[in-house]
Structure formats: structure tokens, C-alpha cells
Design a protein around this ligand. Structure first.
Ligand code: GLY
Ligand code: MN
Ligand code: MN
Length: 436
């Protein structure tokens, strides 16, 4: 089983090319977090640090600056006793040998070395405000660099730039290696959804479907889910972030699954809604077809030059028309859209960027104007209709129905490519995948 891997060296090269000679980037690792008591969550590296180096462990910092030896890394030192408890460490020697570092130190040396590394840097790309203790260390290092600068004439940083400005813009525009990871994540997610469709039936637990997702993700070499899977039978599907997954599928219900897995820590993000009995019927079928029509129209609107917001507008129009057809709203489409009447049944956005983070980095608007799509961007398209079980304004047959359909879409030079296109979606495809 060979999985694609991100080309970290090429990511650094892109960043270095975009940096001025007196600019540098400092990225620090994500903290370990306690789950409860003294038990920790499994460690997931910070996405910026991963994008730059592929370094998998906590207690690390990366400093990048254009020049002959651009990459300095600060990492956990080798420690046989600690490694017996918490796992192998590559140490500074591993950072040099296998992670492309030009210089590497134990993390304890950060304060001392950073003051030196910052000499001659005018602009520092660093995420202020995320880690107060680290902010203090960075300020102290700048102070040291400035003091040295009074003697040697080298500048110390005067300007802080958020990683949003450059690093996150580079992450927003995916390159071939990143798209390969997203493709594989999509392919594994396809297998996982097919496993749940084949297994669903009256009496099956939401948790059993979740276990099939987990099993399929891991079996195919994924690192696991990119976010907590939503497995929502019946009216649980009207709760947007339902993750309890402890209910049972009942006859006549739909089940909504929103799940995706990571490959090289790039995640897919997919939703399918399918019938517990294997066949779409009545009100559930009508709502499903309405969401599908809106989703196909939205996907069709994805092309270079279209704005991020235009895709949402297409979706809102299609869903508002469907709400009138279904008897959920009455009135003039344009007026209903202006009044945002659709928000009663479609209360979230249509898209977000997708990559190392499920809600990936990159600006959605600039100076109040929606972003224009460009080749290499990856976004989700995820319309839905959610009719609360106690909504007395809605026709009774529709109450408690929640449908979302979500795909991952790559913007290409001449339009788009649906990375998750293989996952059953039309009524006929879904019913075939659910057949025993
Ligand atoms: N699964 C999170 C989302 O769809 O945005
Ligand atoms: Mn999503
Ligand atoms: Mn999702």
C-alpha cells in the first residue's frame, strides 16, 4: 500500500521564493491536549508546521529565511527514557538527515538561537496571539536581536505579518502533490461510504456505521478521520453538528453521514444522505432530489473567475425555489431570497476551502469583495435542507427530514473536477449501493 506523500521541500521552495531577503517565517507546533484526567488526545501536528516540514511531533519550531541555509528546526531531543514512554523521536540529527533542515537544535535552545537568527530580519511572519508564552519568547528574542543590532548594524524585526497573508495563501492554492493526497483521501472515503450504504438497514446503530467508516479509513492507510464523523439517522439529520452517533436507524428514515479521512493529513469532507430501507420514498425522496438539483447547479457554477459567493448564490436560489415547491415557503423567489427566508431550512454556507484543515486556510473575501476562484483551489459544495421535527410551519410529511449532499471540488483551468465524484449520489446510484 503506497500512499501519496506531500512534497514538503517544494512547499518551502514556494514560500522562500515569495519572501523578501529581509523576511523570515516562524511557525511553532501545536500543543498536546488532555482529553480527560491525564489521558492525552492523539497528537496531530499543526497544519502550517506540517505543510513546511512533515515533522510529526510536538514541541517543535521552524524558522525559514531566504539564503544559503534556509531551514532551521528546533525539535525534541533524543531521550531514550522518554522514548520508552511516548515513542521514538528523530531528534535534531533526524531533522538534518530526513527532514531537510539546514540547522537543527533541541527545542530548549530556541530562546538563545532565535535572537541570533532574527538579526537582519525586518519582517517576521508569525501568528501572534495563539500562544502567549511563545509570544513572550519571540519578543524577548527580538529584544536580544535589537540589542545586538545596535553593535553590528543588523536590523531586528519591526513588522509582524500574520501567516494568513502569505503562508495561508500558498496553502490555499494546491499543488500536484497535495491534490494527489486529496484524491486518495477521496478514494478511501468512497470505499467507506459504500461500506455504510451496504450495511444500513432498520435496527442498525449509528455507531455501527461509524465503525465501518473508521475501519475502512484505517484499513486503506489513512491516518483516520479528518474530523469527528456525523452519523445521523432520522431527525438527528436536522442537527448540523450531531456527533453523538448512539441512535438506531428506523424503517422509513434517511441517514445522513458527513465524514472524511486524512491522507498525508489532507482531508476529504463528504456528506451523503441515504434511505435506511434502501429505497428513497415520498417526502424524503422529494427533499433529496431538491438538494441534489441545487448541488449540481452549484458544482456547475465552479470555474476560474467565478466568485466564492456566486456559488452560494446559485445554491440559495435553487434551494429557495425548492422550498416553494415543497410547500416550506410561499411568496416570490427574489423577495424570499432578499428576506433570507431560506435560512429557516438552509442556515449554513455552501462552501469552505479544503486541505490540511477541513475548514482550510485562505481568505474568502478581500476588502469586502468575495474571492475569485482560481485553478488549484479546493472547496466543498454542500447544500442541505433541514426541517426541524417540531416545525409547525412545515408540511407534516417533511418534518424531521434532514438532507445534505457534500462533495470536494477542485477548480481547474477550464472549470472544475469533483474529486469525490465516484461516491454514489444519484437516486439510482445510492439505491444500487444500498441493495443487498
Ligand atoms: N464536516 C464539516 C463540514 O462539512 O463543514
Ligand atoms: Mn464541509
Ligand atoms: Mn462535511
Amino acid at each position: 500500500m503506497t500512499l501519496p506523500t506531500p512534497d514538503f521541500a517544494s512547499h518551502r521552495a514556494r514560500l522562500l521564493e515569495a519572501l523578501g531577503p529581509d523576511e523570515a517565517v516562524l511557525v511553532v507546533s501545536a500543543p498536546t491536549t488532555l482529553r480527560n484526567g491525564d489521558a492525552e488526545h492523539r497528537y496531530r501536528p499543526d497544519s502550517d508546521l506540517w505543510w513546511l516540514t512533515g515533522w510529526p511531533d510536538p514541541e517543535a519550531a521552524v524558522f525559514l529565511r531566504p539564503g544559503a541555509e534556509p531551514l532551521s528546526m528546533f525539535v525534541q531531543p533524543r531521550d531514550p527514557e522518554r522514548e520508552t514512554w511516548t515513542g521514538r523521536r528523530a531528534g535534531p540529527e533526524g531533522a538534518l538527515a530526513a527532514f531537510g533542515a539546514d540547522a537543527a537544535w533541541p527545542i530548549e535552545a530556541l530562546d538563545e538561537e532565535l535572537g541570533r537568527l532574527l538579526q537582519g530580519v525586518r519582517t517576521l511572519h508569525y501568528a501572534i496571539g495563539h500562544d502567549a508564552a511563545m509570544d513572550r519568547r519571540v519578543h524577548a528574542a527580538i529584544h536580544r536581536a535589537a540589542r545586538a543590532g545596535r553593535r553590528n548594524g543588523l536590523e531586528a524585526p519591526e513588522v509582524f505579518v500574520s501567516p494568513d497573508r502569505l503562508l495561508h495563501e500558498l496553502r490555499l492554492h494546491k499543488t500536484g502533490d497535495e491534490i494527489a493526497c486529496l484524491r486518495r483521501a477521496a478514494a478511501i472515503t468512497d470505499e467507506a461510504f459504500r461500506a455504510t450504504m451496504a450495511a444500513v438497514g432498520p435496527g442498525v446503530g449509528e455507531w455501527e456505521l461509524e465503525s465501518l467508516l473508521q475501519r475502512t479509513f484505517l484499513q486503506h492507510g489513512s491516518e483516520g478521520p479528518g474530523y469527528t464523523p456525523i452519523v445521523a439517522a432520522g431527525d438527528n439529520g436536522t442537527i448540523l453538528h450531531y456527533v453523538t452517533n448512539r441512535d438506531v436507524c428506523e424503517p422509513g428514515e434517511l441517514v445522513l453521514i458527513d465524514a472524511g479521512c486524512e491522507v498525508g493529513h489532507y482531508t476529504s469532507d463528504v456528506t451523503r444522505t441515504f434511505p435506511v430501507d434502501g429505497r428513497f420514498e415520498g417526502a424524503g425522496k422529494a427533499v433529496y432530489e431538491a438538494v441534489l438539483t441545487a448541488q449540481l447547479a452549484a458544482i456547475d457554477a465552479v470555474r476560474p473567475g467565478a466568485t466564492f459567493m456566486a456559488v452560494h448564490d446559485v445554491t440559495v436560489r435553487a434551494l429557495t425555489e425548492a422550498m416553494i415547491e415543497l410547500g416550506l415557503l410561499t411568496g416570490d423567489v427574489d423577495q424570499l431570497i432578499e428576506d433570507e427566508a431560506h435560512k429557516r431550512y438552509y442556515m449554513h454556507g455552501t462552501s469552505h476551502w479544503l486541505g490540511l484543515d477541513v475548514h482550510d486556510v485562505g481568505a474568502y473575501a478581500r476588502l469586502g469583495t468575495s474571492r475569485t476562484l482560481a485553478p488549484g483551489m479546493v472547496l466543498t459544495i454542500e447544500p442541505g435542507l433541514y426541517i426541524a421535527p417540531d416545525d409547525e410551519q412545515a408540511p407534516e410529511a417533511l418534518r424531521g427530514i434532514g438532507v445534505r449532499i457534500e462533495d470536494d471540488v477542485l477548480v481547474t483551468a477550464d472549470g472544475h473536477e469533483v474529486l469525490t465524484a465516484a461516491i454514489p449520489k444519484t437516486v439510482a446510484e445510492v439505491e444500487a449501493a444500498c441493495a443487498r
